[in-house]
Write a protein that binds this ligand. Sequence first.
Ligand SMILES: Cc1cc2nc3c(=O)[nH]c(=O)nc-3n(C[C@H](O)[C@H](O)[C@H](O)COP(=O)(O)O)c2cc1C
Length: 171
Amino acid sequence: MNNLNFIFNRQSVRQYTGQKVEDEKMDQLLHVAMAAPSARKKDPWRFIVLQDGEKLAKLQEILPNGPFLTEAANAIVVLGDLNEAWDNSLIYMIQDCSAAVQNIMLAAAKLELGSCWLGVQPKEERIKGVSEFFNLPKNIIPIAVIALGYPACETIFKSRYNNNFVHYNRW
Ligand SMILES: Cc1cc2nc3c(=O)[nH]c(=O)nc-3n(C[C@H](O)[C@H](O)[C@H](O)COP(=O)(O)O)c2cc1C
C-alpha cells in the first residue's frame, strides 16, 4: 500500500514548530477541501484561514480543546452555510463539511504538514464562542477548527485496521 502511506502517516499533531504554512500550500489545501463530496453538490462549506497570532491566541482561549493553536501558527476554521445546505439540514451540512476537513488533513499529510481536528460541533459553548468571535451571521455555523503547521514530532506509520469491524454481504 506504498502509494497510500501518506494516509497511514497522518496523525493528530499537537506539537508544532511555529512556522507559517506557505500561501501556495494553503491554497492547495483550500482547493482539495472544495473537491470533497457534498449532498446534492450544495458545497455549503465556508472557510476562515487564520494566521494572525493574536487571533489564534484568542481562539485558543475559546477552545480549551486546542491548547496548541498558537504554536501551530496556522488554522482553518470550517463553517457551514445552513441556507445553502441540502434541505437546510444541519446533519447533511456537517457531513459535507467533515468530508472537506478530511480532505484537508490528508492533503496536509501529503504536503508534510501536521494537522489536528478540533471539534466545535456539537458543543454549544464552542459554537457560541466561535460565532461571537468572528461575528458570524446566523446562517453560518462553525463545524470544526483544523490546527495546521509544521510538526515538531515524528509521525509514526500506523494502521488501526480491525477485521472484526468488517462484514461481507451480511451483518
Ligand atoms: C470529530 C472530531 C473531533 C475531534 N476533536 C479533537 C479536539 O478537540 N482536540 C484534539 O486534540 N483532537 C481532536 N480530535 C482528534 C482525535 O482525538 C484523533 O483523531 C484520534 O485520537 C485518533 O488519532 P489520530 O488522528 O492520530 O489517528 C478530533 C477528531 C474528530 C474526528
